[in-house]
Write a protein that binds this ligand. Structure first.
Ligand code: NAD
Length: 356
């Protein structure tokens, strides 16, 4: 399988994915190249996006790019409410922005994608978590409390800059849940109906990058080599999320998160071992690489032990979920049928949620 080969430029690795036109750069200090990347797109006025919590990071980036900044919009919000997106689009027009630079996790990247969907402005994305949204043409948006997901080539960012110095500030607990969120994309990619040899290889490589890199990150959160290895995993896992279909795990997390407003990454971290144990009933062969790389009897057991070793949240109860919630969620989760390697009934979902 031919993975895109890195083009070395000094100490930074670069990829250009010919089939999508996405330019991907990795390396310590690649953040400093943002101005160059804005100019390379033929742009002069970048609107810089962040959450309120990361406004300092956005401000320091604006100072870095100097005259190429058209200002900041720092109100990115989880689940991409359309009202915030409309306000951001109006702001982009009022400052005559010709591109957006999203610096942050999935929430900020979602806002950049929502602007691109409505304006077709090019996007430079600088991820600070492992969620992987930067590598997909997928956008989830919320209107009147209802989250819907769309796929559109317009929302796929043009440039991704992975600088490990930025994830260094990600708190350890979020590092772990965000990494398990990324690993979930690759885990489901292993049995996806439309998987290819290439997607399977990328999924395995992405999982391995986290299995190898994450314990080192936890040992020393400022270890830039380990942070870079895990960011490479995030790119691989995000890329497969954008290429193949997801099943039970993602659908269940979507239902749980949407109906109970649970934190996205924590929900993925808790559900993953249970969803994999369930799907191993029919997809044990496809999931065997996970068991192998974790040195476990099964993928479900291996992922549970890995999450426990990393002090990840292990129980839905810890997110405030009650027994009564489980009945409602299991009913909702089977309302719109979807493909899964192992057929899923409401009783199955209820039992899985009880175990979680
Ligand atoms: P997030 O973007 O919501 O970030 C959570 C919090 O952590 C925010 O306050 C953020 O500012 C802060 N933060 C982020 N990086 C930090 C850092 N390095 N240091 C300190 N603080 C930091 O979290 P997320 O898990 O990355 O994203 C979740 C959202 O992304 C969800 O809405 C989810 O649906 C979406 N998502 C979309 C896709 C897709 O393909 N469309 C893929 C994955 C996730």
């Amino acid at each position: 399988m031919a993975l895109p080969q890195p083009k070395q430029s000094t100490d930074h690795a670069e990829y250009h994915l010919e089939e999508t036109g996405v330019r991907v750069r990795f390396g310590v200090g690649v953040l400093d190249e943002t101005g160059h990347e804005i100019e390379r797109l033929g742009c002069k006025r970048a609107l810089i996006l962040s959450t309120p919590q990361q406004s300092d990071t956005a401000l320091s980036l604006a100072e870095k790019v100097g005259g190429l900044s058209a200002g900041l919009f720092t109100r990115a919000t989880m689940h991409t409410p359309t009202q915030v997106s409309e306000e951001a689009v109006a702001h982009a027009a009022s400052v005559d922005a010709d591109c957006v630079v999203s610096i942050g996790g999935g929430s900020t990247i979602g806002l950049g994608k929502a602007i691109a969907l409505r304006t077709d402005l090019p996007q430079i994305v600088i991820p600070t978590t492992y969620a992987g949204s930067e590598a997909t043409p997928i956008l989830g948006q919320t209107e009147d409390g209802v989250k819907t997901t769309l796929v559109d080539a317009k929302v796929l960012p043009e440039v991704i800059l992975y600088d490990p110095t930025l994830v260094r500030t990600l708190p350890v607990a979020m590092t772990v849940t965000s990494a398990l969120n990324a690993m979930a994309h690759s885990a489901e990619a292993l049995y996806a109906q439309n998987r290819t040899d290439e997607s399977t290889q990328m999924a395995k490589d992405g999982l391995l990058a986290f299995v190898q890199g994450l314990p080192n990150v936890l040992n020393d959160p400022a270890d830039l080599a380990a942070r870079q290895e895990t960011l490479y995993g995030a790119w691989l896992c995000g890329t497969v999320l954008g290429r193949v279909g997801m099943a039970l795990h993602h659908k269940l997390c979507h239902t749980l998160g949407g109906s109970l407003n649970l934190p996205h990454a924590d929900t993925h971290a808790i559900i993953l071992p249970h969803a994999m144990a369930f799907n191993e009933r029919t997809a044990a062969k496809e999931l065997a690489p996970i068991a192998d790389m974790l040195g476990a009897q099964s993928a479900g057991q291996g992922l549970y032990a890995f999450a426990k070793q990393l002090n990840a949240p292990l129980a839905l109860r810890d997110l405030g979920v009650t027994e009564a919630n489980l009945d409602d969620v299991s009913e909702l989760a089977v309302k719109n049928p979807y493909w899964n390697p192992q057929p899923v009934t409401q009783e199955d979902v209820r039992a899985m949620l009880q175990a979680a």
